[in-house]
Design a protein around this ligand. Structure first.
Ligand code: XMP
Length: 514
């Protein structure tokens, strides 16, 4: 396996993804929590130093751990990682007047193991750069293997010590052959086999769960979303009937969701599944509330109460299984400090494990979302579940803005949403979209249906593309598609007489309306 030492680049996670896509397991550790001892304990076959926002030229900026370069391990420095390696080994870094941001070209000047089978000497390769400083003089033992306009030492190598450095970012898609370069480093230089797969992960995870749980009892909150579904299937495979899943139906779900969860987990996987019918309780608690944050808080608190009561009723659980993913775990290196502004409070069930005095089982802690999906497929979960769009914890409650939540409003929205998603699926567009849903607007408009005047509610449809939910763009449906969906909704859902399509991107909008 490979250790990635993080100096705070925006794209460090992409290094990990590319390395894992190449079949090599790796982890990201923040520079300020990495020591020679922690590296020895992790026992990597090689180390990658990430980029970062600081300047090597300035005093008191991050460095690779003391001793790393004497451990006999191969090291690849990327951008800031290259610069700090050069500085720490006795070379020189200069504050550049030759800043390069975005697309640049690398001239391959000498053969190098990093370029094997991909880049020929004399080739001009597109790479992605983002640097102000640059290497100015090489430490002893290094040679230049590639140059760019702004960086005469754009790619460097010390084959004897197996130290390599690149000024560009091989981990981003704008460096088209970057993945091959990383594979050459991890496999050819470091000697990793490149055979890390989801099947291997599944077997290891099952062993770990068994070792942790012993003959203890585990409960797991199942929502029907990808993460909790994969956790449930995996833990069940490890410990069978020692697992009980609790599905809290808060009445804010989409059409058919509860049935699907029950069919898959109870009928097919034969998992102990307790469904709590809490719809009326949630509606009661939410009565008259229209403030988005208060709705979230109420739903979060009520969820915990219901779950806790159910766990107590089941009794004797020592562990709580949870679908925490790698991006939630990686301690991000922050240079700017200060808490960021809360736009929306997403932590729906925070605080549960502490309150319930249970140990956590978190088998997905090392995985990225797409890896969780691959694991779900490996475990035999249906594609509709594994490939599902994200769905917020507070569910349809935050898609009925500015009006009281009622059973009727929820019903109306569920019908609209189901038609919309059905059309998206049958047009073959579901997988091209990050998230698609309908919003029930707090406004009545006049229409004419048949010969009569109607005065009914309006809905907005939303569909976005995104890679992580942090930024998003509206999905460019063609007009025929939108027309067909609008027609069906107005004809089939009594109480709705107008349909609009939301073309706001994020930012400045958010994905959800609340
Ligand atoms: P926004 O609306 O902030 O959404 O652009 C980004 C992603 O987060 C989801 N979302 C939530 N998820 N609890 C959740 O579990 C919430 O309160 C919540 N609010 C938004 C949203 O669906 C999108 O995927």
């Amino acid at each position: 396996r490979i250790l990635i030492i993080d100096f705070g680049s925006q794209v460090t996670q992409l290094i990990a993804r590319r390395v894992r896509e190449g079949g090599v397991y790796c982890e990201i550790h923040p520079f300020n929590a990495t020591t020679e001892a922690s590296i020895r304990a992790f026992a990597p076959k090689g180390v990658i130093l990430s980029g970062g926002p600081a300047s090597v030229v300035a005093a008191d900026t991050p460095r690779a751990p003391e001793g790393l370069f004497d451990m006999g391990l191969p090291v690849l420095g990327i951008c800031y990682g290259q610069q700090t390696m050069v500085a720490q080994l006795g070379g020189r870094v200069a504050s550049g007047e030759h800043r390069e941001f975005g697309r640049a070209f690398l001239d391959v000047t000498e053969p190098c193991v990093l370029f094997e089978n991909t880049w020929e000497v004399g080739a001009r390769e597109q790479v992605w750069m983002s640097h102000g400083d640059r290497v100015d003089a090489l430490p002893e033992g290094f040679r230049v293997v590639g140059t760019s306009e702004g960086a005469p030492f754009a790619a460097i190598a010390d084959d004897a010590r197996r130290f390599y450095g690149v000024q560009f970012h091989p981990e981003v898609v704008h460096t088209p052959h970057g993945a091959a370069l990383l594979r050459n480093f991890t496999q050819t230089v470091c000697g990793c086999a490149g055979d890390w797969t989801m099947a291997a992960f599944r077997a290891e995870a099952i062993d770990r769960i068994r070792a942790q749980v012993g003959d203890g009892k585990v409960i797991c909150g199942l929502s029907g979303g990808v993460d909790s579904s994969v956790v449930a299937a995996l833990v069940h495979e490890a410990i069978g009937s020692q697992l009980t899943c609790v599905f809290v139906d808060h009445g804010l779900l989409r059409q058919g969701e509860r049935d699907e969860v029950e069919q898959v987990f109870r009928d097919r996987f034969n998992i102990n599944l307790v469904t709590v019918d809490a719809g009326p309780l949630f509606l009661d608690k939410l009565a008259g509330e229209t403030d988005p944050e208060k709705k979230r808080k109420t739903i979060g608190a009520t969820f915990i109460d219901v779950f806790e009561e159910e766990a107590r009723r089941i009794g004797g659980a020592d562990f709580l299984a949870q679908g925490t993913l790698y991006p939630d775990v990686i301690e991000s290196v922050s240079f700017h400090g200060g808490p960021s502004v809360t736009i929306k409070s997403h932590h729906n069930v925070g605080g549960l494990p502490e309150r319930m005095n249970m140990a956590l089982v978190e088998p997905l802690r090392e995985l990225f979302k797409d890896e969780v999906r691959a694991l779900g497929r490996e475990l035999g979960l249906p594609e509709t579940m594994v490939g599902r769009h994200p769905f917020p914890g507070p569910g349809l409650a935050i898609r009925i803005p500015g009006q009281p939540l009622t059973a009727e409003a929820l019903d109306l929205l569920r019908k609209v949403d189901a038609i919309y998603l059905e059309e998206i699926r049958s047009a073959g567009l579901y997988d091209a979209i990050w998230q698609a849903f309908a919003v029930l607007l707090p406004v009545r408009t006049v229409g004419v249906m048949g010969d009569a005047r109607s005065y009914d509610q309006a809905v907005a449809l939303r569909a976005v593309t995104s890679s992580d939910g942090m930024t998003a763009d509206y999905f460019p449906f063609d007009h025929t598609f939108l027309g067909r969906v609008a027609n069906r909704i107005i004809n089939e859902v009594k109480g709705v007489n107008r349909v609009t399509y939301d073309i706001t991107s994020k930012p400045p909008g958010t994905i959800e309306w609340e």
